[in-house]
Design a binder for this molecule. Structure first.
Ligand code: HEM
Ligand code: HEM
Length: 212
């Protein structure tokens, strides 16, 4: 039986995040005038992650942090005896939190980063130059951590697909998984989608107000 696992807002969040992250890497490598786009892609990452953090409290069943963040004991129990779950597995949940946390840190540090030539993050003017240096260094070093993290993330998904024959990617596209047992209902309807759109618009307006 097919069940809905990921609501549409969460799926759009994921694929827009992938596009915005690729955009920020490509634009920074182009440099020069493309740095304006680096900033824009970076704001998009920031807005998406703010959205996801709030969606973790007000989104549908499997999107909620309370649903997938487990105690260390439960994580070890899962490692010993991995039982398939409809939403994020207890181990997958750890990687979700690390991905969200480090991309959030990257985008926040970017607001205070400067290339010392022509492009400054919008909050550089409010802080002392030692902070700008420190956060710019973090922003540079974290690049490699992020690349490694995305490498591990994509490898894990491909391992599931080809070694364990579990296709997590199709669920992140269609929202559905084949599931034999009883599972909580995910009401991925117009009301939920309007709620998500409103939330994203409020986040964008607040960001525009503070970062313009
Ligand atoms: C998650 C989103 C972001 C990612 C993945 C990202 C990634 C990067 C990378 C890989 C670099 C090159 C570091 C190097 O020189 O080796 C860089 C530089 C930079 N980024 Fe971002 N960035 C993001 C968000 C932002 C934001 C929101 C801003 C500000 C609006 C920003 C401002 C800058 C600046 C000013 C530099 C130049 C720093 C330098 O010359 O070392 N970034 N970013
Ligand atoms: C820049 C690259 C990427 C980033 C930053 C990223 C980030 C994330 C995040 C934060 C989640 C958790 C979703 C949630 O909010 O609950 C997630 C889940 C997922 N991602 Fe990615 N992702 C990236 C690339 C990819 C790619 C290329 C694929 C496909 C091959 C992919 C497939 C998936 C799948 C299938 C899940 C759900 C995993 C599960 O069922 O537990 N991701 N990703």
């Amino acid at each position: 039986m097919k069940i809905r696992v990921w609501d549409l807002p969460l799926r759009l969040f994921h694929w827009f995040l992938v596009m915005a992250v690729i955009g920020s890497f490509v634009s920074v490598k182009l440099g020069g005038n493309a740095m304006i786009w680096h900033g824009r892609f970076g704001y998009t990452v920031l807005a998406l992650i703010f959205f996801r953090l709030i969606w973790g409290f007000v989104g549908t069943h499997h999107a909620r942090f309370a649903q997938f963040i487990k105690s260390p004991k439960a994580i070890f129990a899962y490692l010993k005896n991995p039982a398939e779950t409809p939403g994020h597995s207890p181990v997958g949940a750890v990687s979700v939190l690390i991905l969200l946390g480090l991309f959030l840190a990257q985008a926040l540090a970017g607001l205070f980063a400067s290339d010392d030539i022509a492009f400054d993050g919008p909050l550089v003017k409010y802080v002392a130059s030692t902070w700008v240096e420190l956060l710019t260094s973090f922003h540079r070093l974290n690049e490699w951590v992020l690349l490694a993290l995305v490498g591990v993330h994509v490898s894990a998904i491909l391992y599931y697909k080809y070694a364990k024959r579990i296709n997590l990617i199709s669920a992140m596209i269609t929202g559905d998984k084949d599931w034999a047992d009883a599972a909580p209902l995910v009401q991925d309807d117009t009301r939920v989608r309007l709620k998500a759109m409103t939330l994203l618009m409020v986040i964008a307006l607040i960001m525009y107000y503070f970062l313009r």
